[in-house]
Design a protein around this ligand. Structure first.
Ligand code: TXA
Ligand code: MG
Length: 356
């Protein structure tokens, strides 16, 4: 593709400057590409009602055409322009969780270009909470299609710097509102089938969803141990750094010992080894570990918000060192642990090492 200059503009994440928002909104209306912060990850935005603009997203990201994109809105009044036959559950969930890290898959209205949904008769819709995203959506006066602002298969972008690394020269503008808060993408719930199904665990935890729609279920791939069954566009190779990722699971101290042993083996083969772990893990790992191993910590063990917030930055950091191998571990399946486990298994391309 022909490279274009990418402008980066710092913007106040709490009260975005109107002249910056107007500049970004004008680009969206012209069918151009603007990356902007949301509370989950940075999005790569284009006019959701403009087929050519949506195609530009796929081209910039080098994303396969079969991977559908989320349409973002800033008020519920925009729903009828995007979806039809909207079920009662959608309004109940919107009432509770919008604006926020929840995406609803609904029946697509005929005027919405089919390339947003890779030809499906559905459309995924989210109302983000981030002030910059909300201001941009209001000023653009059109829904904005936005996947995560990373190159296809790379970890999602949680800072403007990450967006630059992946998309410099391929998009028109990046609004730099600092690091995103949640750090993992939204939870995607499909409401088009006989019962609501979570297609992707994310920033909104499953127990919160269950409190509003008790019948919601998780795709079998998330409840079972295998990572083989995949939702549309949820192919396993996703969120992958360049380094080979080994994901360990089992009792904590056994896992840490296994990680030390694995580090030794990899170093013997001449590999540069990185570890992505919780703060307290470092102390245990460092005893009896080759000082050449690069340890990156994500946050306190029991603070899954901090770990989620730092995950993609941690993967990108170790990649940039660069390391050949990243050894990491699961953080349970409770709360944000479910989404963390999903992103880690994808980063590891299903390469999970079970220890006892
Ligand atoms: O938090 C987020 O959701 C971020 C921010 C920018 O909003 N966006 C995001 O977009 O993560 P993306 O494209 O990286 O992931 C969207 C996922 C797709 O992989 C796909 O699985 C699902 O949402 N999706 C989108 N449209 C769908 C549809 N019509 N049917 C089923 N799944 C859909
Ligand atoms: Mg993505």
């Amino acid at each position: 593709m022909v490279l274009i200059p990418t402008t980066v503009l710092k913007i106040d994440p709490e009260s975005p400057e109107p002249f910056l928002i107007d500049r970004a909104a004008a680009l969206i209306r012209q069918g151009r590409l603007v990356a902007f912060p949301t509370e989950t990850v940075y999005g790569l935005g284009a006019d959701a009602l403009d087929r050519a603009a949506i195609s530009r997203i796929y081209e910039a990201k080098q994303r396969p055409a079969g991977d559908p994109v989320i349409a973002h809105i800033h008020e519920q009044a925009q729903l009828p322009a995007l979806s039809i036959d909207t079920p009662e559950a959608a309004f109940a969930l919107a009432e509770h969780f919008w604006p926020g890290p929840l995406t609803l898959v609904l029946r697509r209205a005929p005027q919405v270009p089919d390339n947003i949904a890779s030809g499906r008769d559905t459309v995924a819709i989210r109302m983000p909470a981030h002030p910059v995203a909300r201001a941009l959506l209001a000023a653009a006066e059109t829904p904005i299609a936005a996947p995560s602002a990373n190159r296809f298969t790379r970890p999602s972008a949680t800072t403007a710097q990450h967006v630059m690394e992946d998309l410099d020269g391929r998009i028109d503008l990046i609004l730099d509102g600092g690091p995103t808060n949640i750090g993992l993408e939204s939870t995607v719930v499909d409401l088009t089938g006989p019962a609501p199904v979570i297609l992707r665990p994310g920033g909104l935890v499953i127990d919160a969803l269950r409190a509003v729609i008790p019948s919601v279920t998780l795709l079998p791939r998330y409840s079972g141990d295998d990572a083989l069954e995949v939702a549309p566009g949820q192919m396993l190779k996703h969120y992958s750094p360049n380094a080979h990722v080994c994901l360990f699971r089992g009792p904590l101290y056994t896992v840490l010992l296994a990680m030390q042993a694995a580090a030794r083996e990899h170093i013997e083969t001449g590999a540069i080894v990185g570890m992505l772990v919780a703060d307290e893990d470092r102390h245990h790992l460092e005893k009896d570990l080759d000082p050449a191993v690069i340890i990156s910590t994500l946050g306190p063990r029991n603070d899954l918000r901090a770990i989620s917030h730092n995950l993609f930055a941690g993967l990108r950091y170790l990649d940039s060192c660069p390391v050949d191998v990243i050894l990491t571990r699961g953080f349970g399946r409770e709360g944000l642990g479910a989404a963390l486990w999903d992103r880690l298994t994808r980063a590891a391309e299903g390469h999970v090492i079970e220890v006892r």
